[in-house]
Design a protein around this ligand. Sequence first.
Ligand SMILES: O=C[C@H](O)[C@@H](O)CC(=O)C(=O)O
Ligand SMILES: [Zn+2]
Length: 278
Amino acid sequence: MKISVRQVSHPDAVRTFDTETLRGQFLIPSLFEADEIALTYSHIDRLVVGGATPVAGPLTLESSKEIGSDTFLKRRELGVVNVGGAGRVVVDGTAFDLAPRDGLYVAMGSADVRFESADAANPAKFYLVSAPAHARHETMKISLEQARKVTLGDIAQSNDRTIYQMIHPEVCRSCQLVLGMTVLKPNNMWNTMPCHTHDRRSEVYLYFDLPQDGRVFHFMGEPTETRHMVIANEQAVLSPGWSIHSGVGTSNYTFIWAMAGDNQDFTDMDMVPMTELR
Ligand SMILES: O=C[C@H](O)[C@@H](O)CC(=O)C(=O)O
Ligand SMILES: [Zn+2]
């Protein structure tokens, strides 16, 4: 297991960042490395973001100095979504089979968490997002069928999409984490435009289902100081509460959004009028 730490950036500093600095602060370029649990510990709401990619054998979630507890989930909760081939997560001896796109909420206090692939030739890729927690809620598998579905957008604005709310108060209880998957229909490229901020919560996006040479132009920054990052398949981007988070792809794609902070109200967004954007 490896873990790297990202400190926070003040929005006044971000105005001066060049491309490399911007990417160094906000882009997580590599999450799914064979036989590795690769994590980024961000100080925005202490979100830990990464991937577990078991190929040769199972992988175990370990704690570390950065986490500060003897087990990773002693004071944390974890959201998992499988974006690879079929796999299994074993939580304190209970096995949860995760087909592609299945999610799992792992309760605070779970001591032993293992990740396995069903087929080494088509390994599972477990996307992981963890936030600090103060109470135990039950570990629960969440398929897309169980998720709360919201359809938004239309093809004329190239943003016809389905939002699957997976870790959400109406689906699966959690302390802080709210997580889901947004699937754009073919010929639709835009997500989250008109855009928003929510200073009460930080957010992280994982973009996937892009072809090898496909890219998402992801927009971030204060509404009057927008910047972009060019993002490839299976890369993640951190979004502090003050930043917009929206993107347009060279083809349609899927992304997983996850949030933590002061509330779990998905609709608590400060919409940015188009006239305000710069
Ligand atoms: O705060 C909510 C998040 O930004 C996303 O859920 C938005 C999203 O999935 C979309 O518009 O497609
Ligand atoms: Zn948002």
